[in-house]
Design a protein around this ligand. Structure first.
Ligand code: GRF
Length: 212
């Protein structure tokens, strides 16, 4: 149990709408006893960085290209640097929000059960980088979003929250993405509250509230 405001780090790579939804829902009291202590991007031009700064949030950029090495870092090197950047912030929860990197096993193990990710499909259907394209190409009639605990496999860990949307005839990727994104912002808030309640257990793959 955390006896202070839970410290949340939000890694992003782009637009940052999930990050702003989390920040705004903390400010509105919809996420309880939590604060974002850092918004970190691997891209210095991520639009979400400005949105974070506008909200008075601390931001950092950790590019994959290392000036000191004169080359891109390997996945493991990057994640070691990432852990070094994050350690002083003492994160209770790391909420990946469009962070376009796969995390290495040592990083996942260091923060076991404390990393959440949001994926824009109903996992295990349509994992990967272009879920909406794949949903439409497959002809699925229902889609949605999944907030899950991050484990060593991509788009795989125990599911915390899912929300569904219909797929309509004539949908485009953009229309479907917009419908799903609306649900993402609700799902992430719900998932953070559930995880921070510290009143859950993971039995095999099943995330469930204790005592049920
Ligand atoms: C979202 O659709 C999320 O599900 C996926 O990446 C997108 C990020 O959007 N992982 P945003 O940057 O939060 O607006």
């Amino acid at each position: 149990m955390i006896n202070r405001k839970a410290r949340i780090v939000v890694p992003i790579s782009g637009r940052g709408s999930n990050m702003t939804a989390i920040a705004d829902n903390i400010a509105a009291g919809l996420i309880h006893d939590a604060k974002i202590v850092l918004v970190l991007s691997n891209k210095d031009d991520a639009p979400g960085l400005k949105l974070a700064a506008d909200r008075g949030l601390k931001t950092a950029v950790l590019p994959v290209y290392s000036e000191s090495l004169g080359r891109k870092m390997t996945r493991e090197e990057y994640d070691e640097q990432l852990a070094q950047v994050l350690t002083p912030y003492e994160p209770d929860l790391i909420c990946l929000a469009g962070f376009m990197r796969i995390l290495s096993a040592p990083f996942v193990q260091k923060y076991r059960n404390r990393i959440l990710n949001i994926h824009p499909s109903l996992l295990p259907a349509f994992p990967g980088e272009d879920a909406h394209r794949d949903v439409l190409a497959y002809g699925a009639k229902v889609s949605g979003c999944t907030v899950h605990i991050v484990d060593e496999e991509v788009d795989h860990g125990p599911i915390v929250v899912q929300r569904s949307v219909p797929v309509f005839d004539g949908d485009t990727k953009d229309k479907l993405a917009e419908r799903v994104l609306f649900e993402e912002h609700i799902a992430y808030t719900d998932a953070i509250n559930l995880v921070l309640s510290d009143n859950y257990e993971v039995v095999d793959r099943r995330f469930q509230m204790k005592g049920l």
